[in-house]
Design a protein around this ligand. Sequence first.
Ligand code: PHB
Length: 394
Amino acid sequence: MRAATRILLSVITSLWTLTAAAQTVKIGLINTYSGPLASNGEQIQKAIDLFMKLNESKLPQGVKLEFIKRDDTGINPETAKRLATELVVREKVQLITGVVWTPNAAAIAPVVTEAKVPFVIMNAGTAFLTTLSPYIARTSFTLWQSSYPMGDWAAKKYKSAYIAVADFGPGHDAQEAFTKSFKAGGGTIVGAVRMPPPTTDFAPYLQRVKDAKPEALFVFVPAGKNATALMKGFGELGLAQAGIKLIGPGDITTDEELPNMGDVPLGVVTMFHYSAAGERPANKTFVAEYKKAYGPNAWPNFISVGAWDAMQAILDAVIQQKGKLDPDKTMAILKGWKNPNSPRGPISIDPETRDIVQNEYVREVRKVDGVLANVELETIKAVKDPWKEITGKK
Ligand code: PHB
């Protein structure tokens, strides 16, 4: 081969490699794959896998998404920060997503700000998170979105309530939001307790509640196995028999765990943005696809939907930029991103706050076709994060 030809060939090869590399979008996925709280991470991963299976063909020709997965093993902010730093510095990811836990998302925020890497939060729900970086957008929820209208609703039914929450960001938000609206509606908070988030022994806390004899008990604990442990404790101590109504955000009647909770949750009323039992056609399709992929007894939950909608937003940003992601352009696309047809109903990202706007549903656990389901009874439309509405924080 002549020297000139060889040079030309090598130029073509490196150009080709360059173009191919530019078309692979590297996404850092920080998620909980191990430890006692891993069932929540599993919901995220299954939703991403299903989304990719059904939508990968919509990517522009030659464009690929490459997920670089990292395990934060649970509520571990230091680990999350180290993983995010490695993803940015070593792996040169163009976007970070995942993240079940508020403390982890808060620890990642300064890293993405410094590196100018968009961070799409798939779950973590403490209100202030989006204010920590202009590179954060959230597709999940805030605890204020559920617990504030829950307090309103509860004040019309009950005169007194006791509050029990997991002692970290989302629990603190749930407590503050519920207290504010329940009191404003004329209700009295007769007691409040904060429980360490990894605990599964709720008996000592629930005994105090039983002794205080409130009309209602408002609870937030993390969804997944923790919610099932809470429900077991509530059943065993006979709080329902003592006339205490259990209420809360939908985390405590998380759809995928309902089959493991016995009959204890029957009649429990929660406020939430997603129910697997939702009658929307987009939800029917989503649940059917989920069951086709993971088996007839598998249920998606709100965490699956947070991840599913995040993937749609990311896909749209990738398509609009033909696979060449610019961080500020990506954020501009995410601000004001809309999906009128999410499994949870119409959603959008508020351009002012980069936080999700969505319906909240009053739901009651009932038996539908022999299995427990969060049946939607009322809809509160297009709820913005009330904490930001009240405080004006952005
Ligand atoms: C959070 O850490 O923000 C979080 C975790 C689990 C939930 C809700 C919020 O169910």
